[in-house]
Write a protein of this length. Structure first.
Ligand code: NAP
Length: 485
């Protein structure tokens, strides 16, 4: 029987270091909050810097043997983890909803999505290959091999507590890298439960270590200054990512950065309007808008704008806001008070500059961090909503008259993660896709995330790719050996 109490009772609350669960050296704890009630769910260990270094000791100690473990064995461990995660989908989904807030149906979706990275990379583990060739002058033979990068620090955000972890852990295990994972302080429980599951399927001691902490900056700096660490992979906000790139220079670490987004959602005059509204709901409301790929700017051809806005607003108004565990709820709370204030301030800024609220526009309850699904029209180009990542259920709409202008507006951002294009004209789609400065484009679909595809951005959205055949390359170094024949 899966109940709130049983999943909370089962989740480990310590630090996972060298294959064992332990308390923090200081004995301190982090209270994990339910964002729909603001009540504490449970406490977990608050790691000290020394705890973090102990996790790195374990990862560094396990690296050589792990790299020599047969790829098939690494793949089979991932496959077993995939199977067990699917078996426990209901427990993981409920745990995620409790700490993060999203409705249960969406948490189930994330479990399926997150698990798929384990399955995908279980299949990639045995496909790591190099090259053999003869030098052009015939004097030497060139052997190119791929080897694990080594101990990796993984820093994950709160918005997809499982999938943002498996997207890193899957390829690292497949490639033969050991790791220290630091989940976001708001949502450590899902990652701790995942560590328990990986331990259960037999991932060897030291390969995966998890530290939860509030001393994040200090702990991460200590690990990144240690020459035994060889890579840092980060998913989170752009300013923190920029700081980590700077810090990575001292030890010349391999770096992957999955950062913020400001996705345009373009609707051209030949678009199927019903499909565009469906896609808009998905691109905006998945995760209550708290997704790096969330549509942030709706850029709609002027011939369709009124119709699009009224249909979209009707759909947004019919969403059911509430605690994610309740039947029928489609929109949960935002993650915390800071995020709620940010969303509220962004809407206020837009209305003070002349935008019109078509639906929503305020918080919904006295307790919990709930905000109404909101549609705004007539949003001026200089509104903060268009510049900043909203990370909430707010959809600002603006219009364009010709394709050239639409592309220009879409590219007018420092971010370059995801974009969406709705059009029935293949030539227009190709033309626009080629001109968009984004790492991913959804064409006539409101979702781009797929474990078999390379997820990632350009510009201030970062670099590196997660998922697809590209995903494992982030965890492999190339070595060339010249051999005299
Ligand atoms: P965040 O504030 O940058 O935090 C992300 C992670 O970084 C957390 O684990 C956080 O730990 C840690 N962190 C904070 N300060 C740090 C420091 N000084 N050094 C090292 N690590 C530090 O971002 P967030 O609010 O959790 O997540 C939302 C952001 O993530 C959005 O910008 C979103 O677009 C982005 N995101 C991007 C992708 C993508 O694939 N491109 C996917 C999902 C989310 P604490 O919790 O302890 O502060």
């Amino acid at each position: 029987m899966v109940t709130e109490q049983t999943v909370l009772d089962r989740v480990p609350r310590g630090l996972f270091v060298a294959g064992t669960w332990r308390a923090s050296a200081s004995g301190a704890a982090i209270a994990v909050e339910d964002p729909s009630t603001t009540k504490t769910l449970v406490d977990v260990a608050d790691a000290t810097v020394d705890d973090g270094l102990a996790a790195l000791d374990a990862a560094a100690g396990a690296q050589t043997q792990w790299a020599a473990t047969p790829p098939r064995m690494r793949g089979e461990l991932l496959r077993a983890a995939y199977e067990l995660l699917i078996q426990r989908a209901e427990e993981f989904a409920l745990l995620m909803t409790l700490e993060m807030g999203k409705p249960l149906a969406q948490s189930r979706g994330e479990v399926a999505y997150g698990a798929e990275f384990l399955r995908w990379f279980s299949e990639e583990a045995v496909r790591i290959a190099g090259r053999w060739s003869t030098a052009p002058d015939g004097a030497t033979r060139l052997l190119t091999m791929k080897q694990p990068v080594g101990p990796t620090l993984m820093i994950t955000p709160w918005n997809f507590p499982l999938a943002m972890g498996t997207r890193k852990i899957g390829p690292a295990i497949a490639a033969g890298c050991t790791m220290v994972v630091k989940p976001a302080r708001q949502t450590p429980l899902t990652m701790l439960a995942l560590a328990g599951l990986l331990q259960e399927v037999g991932v060897p001691s030291g390969v995966l270590n998890v530290v939860t902490t509030t001393r994040t900056g200090e702990l991460v700096r200590a690990l990144m200054s240690d020459p035994r660490l060889r890579k840092v992979t980060f998913t989170g906000s752009t300013p923190i990512g920029q700081g980590l790139v700077r810090q990575s220079a001292d030890q010349m670490l391999r770096v992957s950065m999955e950062l913020g987004g400001n996705a345009p959602f373009l609707v051209f005059p030949d678009a199927d309007l019903d499909a565009a509204v469906d896609g808009a709901m998905l691109a905006k409301m998945r995760n209550m808008g708290e997704a790096c790929t969330a549509a942030n700017r709706f850029i709609v051809h002027e011939s369709l704008a009124d119709d699009f806005a009224s249909r979209f607003a009707a759909r947004m108004a019919s969403e059911v806001v509430g605690r994610g565990t309740e039947d029928g709820v489609t929109v949960g709370p935002l993650i915390d008070g800071q995020q709620l204030r940010k969303v509220s301030d962004l809407v206020h800024d837009a209305t003070s500059r002349g935008a019109t609220v078509v639906t929503g526009g305020s918080t919904t309850r006295d307790t919990g961090y709930f905000y109404e699904p909101t549609v705004l029209t007539g949003v001026p180009a200089d509104a903060d909503l268009f510049r900043e990542e909203i990370f909430g259920p707010v959809a600002p709409i603006t219009t364009f008259a010709d394709d050239e202008k639409a592309v220009e507006m879409a590219n007018d951002t420092m971010y370059g993660l995801a974009a969406y294009v709705y059009s029935a004209n293949v030539s227009r789609v190709i033309r626009v896709c080629e001109r968009l400065d984004f790492g991913m484009v959804g064409v006539n679909q409101g979702i781009v995330s797929n474990p078999a595809a390379p997820f990632g951005g350009v510009k201030h959205s970062g670099f590196g790719r997660e998922g697809g055949p590209e995903g494992i390359e982030e965890y492999l170094d190339v070595k060339y050996v010249g051999i005299a024949p």
